[in-house]
Design a protein around this ligand. Structure first.
Ligand SMILES: *Cc1c(COP(=O)(O)O)cnc(C)c1O
Length: 379
């Protein structure tokens, strides 16, 4: 191709992200270091208010990480041992881990091939019986089909927990991720669209009683200090440093997501004639956390790209229903043909906020070369 051939491209580059955010993040960090208060103080309260406002929610509760957010949501909704929770099996085990942690069992629902998000018809087919809640993941940053999923859950009076860990800022018809179901769960792991400098998470909801329960459960079940009203309490707090970092970065999130969408748009244009199955065109419902294509020759393509210096990832190689941790605690037979196909075919191409156009051109060039090379071999 052009001058971009031979360039090494990573899947993400957090050092570059630090360099581009240092001027706003470092003063926030130093303010906290000097403050003498490090856990659940004004910085956390300030970020919770800012993130609630950003999402358009009445309440935001900061917690230790995204998996804890899911677990605390389940606990706050009184889901417990012996209950079942409907969820997908292609979203990296996070929801399943939270479900297993409270002694409940995942009930897996297949996904739609185009979006790789939960299939409403498949959800309708499993509901009833012991299922007490539904966890819907907005995978790769794309809002799931909430317009069709919510009525299915409502017909069985089930709360819907949204896993928004990949979907900060995703929005459809003015409604943000986390604002469709009963409660939305976020992770601020460093690689997320809004990332901390360590672990962090949050829940958003309009339900005041639920918010109060979650706030108690994140800190030993305390209603007030040293008075534990709720059983099942944990220690899962957001710390002041992470809250200050997140508050400093939040105003930049929309521009970063716009950048991600623009990179995805360029991929779409450049690769539309290739043999790859591309994700749907990115609109505001898509925060493009990951740019994930599908290919029948995924493993060969990945190896060929690696030889050309292009890093890729597989999100995710092992569906939850095939994980040992799940098989040990549930022998539920799951018939998930689309999930299985996705695990064989998905490939994540580099797409991150600080990525350059030259890097994107290098990836495109390497994909084209690799596909033609593989094509040659297959003949
Ligand atoms: C990252 C992630 C989580 C877990 O967040 P942690 O903060 O790492 O616990 C949950 N769900 C999805 C879809 C994620 O991508």
């Amino acid at each position: 191709m052009n001058g971009s051939a031979g360039l090494k491209v990573p899947v993400n580059d957090l050092r570059r992200h630090w360099q581009s955010t240092q001027s706003v993040v470092q003063p926030a960090v130093e303010r906290v270091l000097a403050s003498g208060r490090y856990v659940l103080g004004d910085e956390v309260a300030g970020f919770e208010a800012a993130f609630a406002a950003y999402c358009g929610a009445s309440h935001c509760i900061g917690v230790g990480n995204g998996t804890d957010a899911l677990e605390l949501a389940l606990r706050a909704l009184d889901v417990g041992p012996g209950d079942e929770v409907a969820t997908v099996a292609n979203a990296g085990m996070y929801a399943s881990a939270a479900i297993l942690a409270i002694g409940a069992r995942p009930r897996f629902v297949d996904v739609e091939l185009e979006s790789l998000n939960m299939d409403p018809a498949a959800l309708a087919a499993v509901l009833g019986g012991g299922i007490r809640a539904v966890i819907v993941t907005h995978l790769y940053g794309r809002l799931a089909d909430m317009e069709r999923l919510l009525p299915v859950a409502a017909a069985h009076d089930l709360p819907v927990i949204e896993d928004c860990a990949q979907a900060h800022g995703a929005c459809r018809d003015g409604r943000m991720a986390g604002r469709w179901g009963t409660v939305g769960c976020y992770s601020f792991y460093p690689t997320k669209n809004l990332g901390a400098l360590g672990d962090g998470g949050a829940l958003v909801t309009d339900a005041a009683v639920l918010a109060e329960r979650i706030a108690a459960l994140r800190q030993y079940g305390w209603g007030e200090k040293y008075r534990a009203g709720l059983p099942g309490g944990r220690n899962s707090r957001l710390d002041e440093l992470q809250a200050a970092v997140l508050a400093a970065k939040l105003p930049l999130l929309d521009d970063w997501n716009q950048r991600r969408r623009s990179l995805a748009g360029r991929y779409r244009e450049a690769l539309s004639a290739s043999s790859l199955q591309l994700p749907p065109a990115p609109d505001r419902a898509d925060a493009v956390h990951l740019y994930v294509v599908r290919s029948a020759v995924r493993n060969q393509l990945r190896a060929a790209l690696a030889r050309r210096g292009i890093a890729t990832e597989i999100h995710y190689p092992i569906p939850d229903h095939r994980q040992h941790a799940v098989l040990q605690s549930t022998n539920a037979e799951a018939d998930l043909p689309v999930t299985e196909q996705a695990a064989r075919e998905v490939l994540t191409l580099p797409c991150f906020t600080d990525m350059t156009e030259t890097e994107l051109d290098a990836v495109v060039g390497a994909v084209e070369e690799s596909l033609s090379e593989i094509g040659d071999r297959r003949e």
